[in-house]
Design a protein around this ligand. Structure first.
Ligand SMILES: [Cu+2]
Length: 223
């Protein structure tokens, strides 16, 4: 496995673009930006010939030497409870460059079709093993945000942020309702899950198109 990273220099990261619940324009180039700490990024080996082929190493500061990947997956909605299929993704990129002012970047050329997406990191050592840290109990070493791609992003951004906040509030209420139901011995359903707009039908159509090969956005790219 390799060198284990000390608790004091465990890596961490946060997407700065897209931010959680952002709405961006469809089929238009955009650049994913990831702020990352305690990570010597941009060091990688060939994933086809040397995958897991050597131990992980740290630098003189004790930071892991490796690289980040970003992966975008199409999801049903911002509040979906569907478990994702990791063999399917809309965009994948191993980021081969070092951080600039603490930020890693990956351009999504051509953008994405309208829909709802989950963006995650896969931070790894140079030879792709997950990052090994000294303690089991720690915050996430990766990040994940959910965002919307719209054919009319400029008109929708504020509304979607508001909708997102309302959905978050609804989620909190549902959690409260759930705990009340638990306290009451689980009496029935309150049926208040609500809908999150017209995304369901649109996403289903889009997913049908993708399955039938009409769009070209499922190609994987790595290094
Ligand atoms: Cu890689």
């Amino acid at each position: 496995m390799g060198v284990i990273v000390a608790q004091s220099v465990m890596p961490s990261c946060k997407f700065s673009f897209p931010a959680n619940l952002d709405v961006i324009q469809s089929n238009t180039d955009f650049t994913i930006q990831l702020a990352i700490n305690n990570f010597q990024a941009g060091v990688f080996t060939n994933a086809k010939t040397n995958y897991f082929g050597a131990p992980a190493f740290t630098n003189d500061q004790g930071q892991i030497i490796g690289h980040a990947h970003v992966v975008v997956e199409a999801i049903d909605s911002l509040t979906t409870t569907t478990v994702s299929d990791p063999t399917k993704f809309s965009f994948f990129k191993g980021i081969n460059t070092a951080a600039v002012n603490g930020i890693l970047s990956a351009t999504v050329t051509g953008g994405l079709p309208a829909g709802t997406y989950k963006l995650s990191t896969i931070n790894s050592a140079a030879t792709h093993q997950p990052i090994l840290v000294a303690v089991a109990q720690h915050g996430s070493l990766d990040d994940c945000v959910y965002f919307t791609v719209s054919d009319n992003a400029s008109g929708n951004n504020g509304n979607n942020r508001n909708n997102g906040a309302q959905q978050a509030n609804n989620g909190g209420q549902q959690a409260n309702n759930g705990s009340q139901q638990a306290n009451n011995g689980g009496q029935g359903q309150n049926g208040n899950n609500g809908n999150n707009g017209g995304n369901g039908g649109r996403n289903k159509r889009r997913m049908r198109r993708e399955r039938s090969g009409e769009t070209g956005h499922l190609r994987a790219r790595h290094h």
